[in-house]
Design a protein around this ligand. Structure first.
Ligand SMILES: C[S@@+](CC[C@H](N)C(=O)[O-])C[C@H]1O[C@@H](n2cnc3c(N)ncnc32)[C@H](O)[C@@H]1O
Length: 435
């Protein structure tokens, strides 16, 4: 068959001889392939490429395990093609999922660098101390001798940690690496079930004998649900920029941080500009605030921010660093909707940056009742953004999507970040309450 398009997940799309749609693992648009079908449902099938007869675009170089490790679908593919396919797949999915939404033409922002951009990664540990990624469907581990998308500093630490990982491989199943904004590298070792203090002691022993490379700022072992800091403070340092007035937020190693530092700076600018279009220093309700990646920028722009987040420690770190009369931090499970203390409204703008699962139906309903004139929705999964925009518009037809940006924060992978602005018609144009 010929692969005619790309699906959002990165599979190729083709048709079986009987017309059934098939999602093809390993197939890219334009490829002529032989496919083995391993799943057949009423409306679609899934298969994988067994032979590529002709290639739609020329593959050149790229990572040796790019097609099997589950991370990078587009290694060796010209980046312009990758971006074009990903944008077409995202827009196709969004229009299909939310046909009632009138989607504006997206502003597309390509990656700044296609290699060496990832500043945090979770890797599986193999018995010999090598690390690798979990393959997309099999769940097996694919060892990555070199990972071109990891920031070079993380690549280096990954290799220098190998003797330690070989020593504790029976007890440690995964390792999380991150590079904070101050350049310090955080290492979180996730112990296998049953491992306990003995693992912590072995890592400590290794640190005493061998010493961690100087760039390693913190090493934490999580065993039996408990975290033990073995080296450093156990915290990563994240700059919450305030136009030259930077403040460090010290969040626990492993807490959420945007994976692409350069693109994150652009996301912050987009969020700030979308908020300030409503008026000078409007009052903002920020949901899924993490450790304040956008909060810091909004505070620096003079906004008063109510930041809601489910994880206690990152939010406490934000308060420690930036606490003051214009910041209110609320810990709440947003899966249940808005917590009562913020549901009484007052904010002119709502900023949301949920995980891949998007907003719960309860939260969408609560947002409709808030009275905000603008919603800035940051999403790492355009289909769930579409689902939620569709729910908002269905609940209240005065909501309208006024802009959509598709930002490639994850080059070489099938993912895209989206920033969309929704406005509430009746409350638009300066009628939002400013602080
Ligand atoms: C994509 S991250 C965004 C964080 C932050 N805006 C940033 O840019 O770093 C999503 C955040 O939502 C939080 N979260 C996930 N599920 C949640 C829930 N049910 N209630 C509240 N927060 C939740 C996570 O802890 C995480 O900090």
């Amino acid at each position: 068959m010929t692969v005619t398009a790309l699906a959002v997940g990165g599979e190729g799309i083709g048709h079986l001889p009987d017309g059934c749609v098939v999602f093809v693992d390993g197939g890219l648009p334009g490829d002529r392939v032989r496919v083995s079908v391993h799943e057949r449902r009423r409306r679609f099938a899934r298969g994988r490429v067994v032979e590529r007869l002709t290639a739609g675009v020329e593959r050149e170089g790229g990572c040796a395990v790019g097609e099997s490790c589950g991370g990078c679908r587009f290694q060796g593919i010209p980046y312009a093609e990758e971006l074009r396919w990903k944008v077409a797949a995202a827009m196709g999915a969004m229009e299909r999922i939310a046909p009632a939404v009138s989607w504006p033409a997206p502003e597309v922002e390509g990656a700044l660098a296609v290699d060496g951009w990832r500043r945090r990664a979770r890797l599986a540990v193999l018995p010999d101390g090598r690390t690798g990624y979990r393959a997309a469907r099999s769940g097996g581990v694919v060892a990555a001798a070199a990972c071109p998308v990891l920031e070079p500093a993380l690549e280096e630490v990954r290799h220098t940690l190998r003797p330690l990982l070989a020593e504790v491989a029976g007890e440690v199943g995964e390792v999380h690496l991150e590079r904070g904004d101050d350049g310090g590298i955080g290492v979180l070792l996730l112990a296998r079930p049953g491992a306990g203090m003995r693992t912590v002691e072995r890592v400590e022993g290794w640190a005493t004998r061998e010493a961690f490379p100087p760039v390693v700022a913190s090493v934490v072992v999580e065993a039996g649900g408990r975290r033990q800091t073995v080296f450093g403070t156990g915290r990563g340092r994240w700059a919450r920029d305030g136009g030259g007035d930077s403040a460090w937020v010290e969040a626990p190693v492993g807490a959420f941080a945007q994976a692409n530092a350069a693109v994150n700076a652009r996301l912050r600018t987009r969020v700030r500009e979308a908020v300030l279009e409503v008026g000078t220093s409007p009052e903002v309700l920020e949901l899924f605030a993490g450790s304040g990646n956008f909060t810091g920028t909004l505070l620096a722009a003079g906004c008063a921010v109510t930041a809601v987040e489910g994880a206690t420690e990152p939010l406490a770190a934000l308060e420690d660093a930036l606490g003051g009369p214009r910041l209110r931090a609320v810990v709440a499970d947003l899966g249940r909707g808005l917590p009562r203390e913020v549901a009484d409204g007052g904010a002119a703008v709502v900023v949301v940056d949920p995980p891949r699962t998007g907003l719960s139906a309860e939260l969408v309903a609560d947002l409709c009742g808030l009275g905000a004139s603008r919603l800035v929705y940051v999403s790492c999964d355009p289909p769930t953004l579409a689902r939620d925009a569709g729910r908002l518009v269905a609940a209240d037809a005065s909501w309208e999507v006024v802009s959509l940006a598709l930002v490639d924060a994850f080059p070489r992978t099938a993912h895209l970040e989206a920033v969309s602005v929704l406005e509430h018609g009746r409350r638009r144009s300066g009628r939002g309450r400013a602080a």
